[in-house]
Design a protein around this ligand. Structure first.
Ligand SMILES: C[S@@+](CC[C@H](N)C(=O)[O-])C[C@H]1O[C@@H](n2cnc3c(N)ncnc32)[C@H](O)[C@@H]1O
Length: 343
């Protein structure tokens, strides 16, 4: 069986990297087929796993917009016949809408929506078309001459990423990254629900909110007590209960339990924001402080500015670089997202 993911195209590699990390840490048995940027298919999923995998993906992913179960892979020539071959009554409850999305395809979306809709109505009794908030969504995705006919079973809550933007949280301070990137970084750290995640520069708690929402236990610390308290306020607001916060300089960090993942956005720039540690030394201090607090198989996912070379520091402490992504912020700043583990 197959699942089709429609992904964000705001970055060429991060959405795929995030998906691969989730497949890896959730030990999902599947093979990935990257059709084009924004369209990925998970193949060879056994019928016993399909529902679990579907729910994991919709619960976790940040840079994937939609996940659908493929019912038939068709093409322009066989589309009508293939739509008619599907037992729609097994998938449609009361009412439905058909929506078509194109990737490198010139098909007429409205004509295909109408065509598929009327063929489905022809085959099934007691169902209606409902364009606004239908109970069942039939997703038709065209890539070149191929047409995937799919159904949405679990909805990915994209609204969350809007509703929880930094300025909409009860405790706000500038400098918190977008919730989507925070979620993606949590996923890149390959942690699972129930595991312990640490952000030693927690600020307003943006990263910990995302880790908490996928079911992780979270720990945040910050050299600034206002931030430590603000993180707690924001975590409470998001209904996250399994958390602890500490008021600590990263150099003093001594965890009561080794963590399964560290996800963080260290400060950079002026020394006033780094707890009196000189400029780029914050990264060196951080790597030394964090190493012993991590379980042997734990991953660290962190952001840094392009002008700081992390490589010698990573080697020096005994870490290994797994993967790296760059995000252009503006003309003079590129943010580097690094995934690191103990070597
Ligand atoms: C870029 S902000 C983190 C933003 C955070 N991800 C959020 O969602 O708000 C960096 C944080 O590191 C904290 N910080 C600076 N120096 C520190 C140090 N030496 N030890 C621990 N925290 C420190 C700052 O107080 C600041 O809140």
């Amino acid at each position: 069986m197959e699942l089709l993911c429609i992904q964000s195209q705001e970055h060429p590699k991060l959405p795929q990297g995030e998906l691969k990390a989730v497949i890896e840490c959730e030990e999902m048995k599947t093979s990935l087929d990257i059709i084009t940027e924004g369209l990925v298919i998970l193949k060879d999923i056994s019928p016993e796993d399909i529902d679990d995998y579907y729910q994991i993906l919709t619960r976790r992913l940040g840079y994937t917009h939609e996940v659908h179960q493929i019912l038939k892979t068709s093409d322009i020539k066989n589309f009508e016949e293939d739509v008619l071959s599907i037992n729609w009554q097994d998938y449609i409850d009361e009412n439905f809408a058909v929506r078509v999305k194109r990737f490198n395809s010139k098909i007429d979306t409205v004509a295909y929506e109408r065509k598929a809709g009327s063929l489905i109505l022809e085959k099934c009794e007691n169902i209606k078309v409902k364009l606004n908030k239908p109970k069942s969504l039939v997703r038709v995705v065209a890539f070149e001459d191929i047409i995937y006919i799919a159904i949405e079973k679990y909805h990915l809550n994209k609204k969350h990423f809007e509703e929880i933007k930094p300025h909409k949280r009860p405790f706000f301070y500038p400098g918190s990254m977008s919730p989507k990137l925070a979620r993606c970084m949590v996923n890149l750290s390959r942690v699972k629900a129930g595991q312990l995640v640490l952000d030693p520069f927690c600020g307003t708690g943006g990263i910990l909110i995302e880790a908490g929402l996928i079911g992780c236990k979270v720990v945040g610390s910050d050299v600034n007590w206002k931030m430590k308290n603000g993180t707690a306020i924001n975590l409470d607001y998001c209904g996250i209960t399994d958390y602890r916060t500490f008021h600590l300089d990263v150099r003093e960090l001594k965890m009561y339990e080794k963590v399964a993942g560290v996800v963080t956005d260290p400060p950079y720039g002026i020394s006033t924001s780094t707890g009196d540690i000189d400029g780029d030394d914050i990264f060196k201090e951080f790597f030394h402080a964090i190493y012993d607090n991590m379980a042997d198989d734990a991953y660290l996912c962190m952001a840094s500015p392009h002008y700081v070379d992390l490589n010698p520091m990573i080697d020096d402490v005994g870490f290994e670089l797994v993967e790296q992504y760059s995000i252009k912020m503006h003309r003079s700043l590129t943010r580097i997202i690094s995934v690191i583990k103990k070597s």
